[in-house]
Ligand binder design. Structure first.
Ligand SMILES: Nc1ncnc2c1ncn2[C@@H]1O[C@H](COP(=O)(O)OP(=O)(O)OP(=O)(O)O)[C@@H](O)[C@H]1O
Ligand SMILES: [Mg+2]
Length: 232
């Protein structure tokens, strides 16, 4: 599981995150919510190592990874990151995009797990197609599949439903439920699509201007209360 304690983050001189403490447990979906600009993506960047935190600690499965700051080291430690906007390599094929996931695992493990094509059959059909030629929904599926290649212990999903049509949203929801049901992966889901998040979440964290204003399991999270906290 992931434990964050008093995590802070700055861009230059401006402080964006203040003393963020939260956990993400295996076999559970932890939803990170809040309006535009509250710092959700920044928090995922700090966890994935794509932007350095300025203070606080980060422990993954009992191991303090605070000092292992590069994205590569974080990926090797078991963190998979599906960034907002997906960041597919447009000129590379679907196969090559998936193979970029090999970068942080030993060569002996360089295969695309069957599970990936079972969950996203469309990717098998489009293996030789360029990433940039896929639809937005297909690119989102590719981004999730790419993060699964290294079989992460912690999966970070940044607004996977953004700009995606309802049938693909439903499918992504099923994939998240399947990954949770395996029981060994912790999932942090950043979402502004309230009903999608509320239906899936086991634990809810809400941010407001870089601070945690709600941090509670589902049983202690009233729908209307959370909705009020994450609405403008
Ligand atoms: N590279 C950067 N340099 C300076 N400021 C930044 C940078 N990235 C983000 N910010 C600022 O940090 C704050 C938090 O941004 P962040 O992207 O983390 O928000 P968010 O909660 O993910 O928003 P959204 O819901 O729109 O994706 C915003 O005020 C944003 O303008
Ligand atoms: Mg964001």
């Amino acid at each position: 599981m992931l434990t964050l304690k008093d995590l802070t983050l700055h861009y230059g001189h401006s402080q964006i995150l203040y003393d963020i403490s939260m956990e993400a447990k295996p076999g559970a979906v932890t939803c990170l919510m809040g309006t535009n600009g509250v710092g959700k993506t920044s928090l995922l960047k700090a966890i994935s190592g794509t932007h350095p935190r300025s203070g606080g600690s980060m422990v993954l499965n009992g191991q303090d990874i605070s000092a292992r700051t590069s994205p590569h080291a974080r990926a090797q430690a078991g963190i998979g990151y599906v960034p907002q906007g997906r960041d597919i390599f447009p000129l590379m094929t679907v196969r090559e995009n998936l193979q970029t996931g090999y970068a942080c695992i030993p060569k002996s493990d360089w295969t695309i797990p069957d599970e990936v094509f079972e969950l996203f059959p469309i990717l098998k059909d489009f293996l030789n197609r360029r990433g940039g030629d896929l639809s937005g929904g297909q690119q989102q599926q590719l981004a999730i599949a790419r993060a699964m290649i290294a079989q992460p212990k912690l999966l970070l999903l940044d607004e996977p439903t953004e700009g995606i049509q309802p049938n693909i949203i439903k499918q992504i929801g099923e994939v998240i439920k399947y990954l949770r049901s395996k029981g060994d992966m912790a999932i942090i889901l950043v979402e502004q699509f309230f009903d999608f998040a509320y239906e899936l979440g086991d634990h809810f964290v809400a941010l407001e201007r870089g601070r945690v204003i709600h941090n509670a399991p589902r049983a202690e999270t009233l729908r209307e209360d959370l909705l009020a906290k994450v609405s403008v």
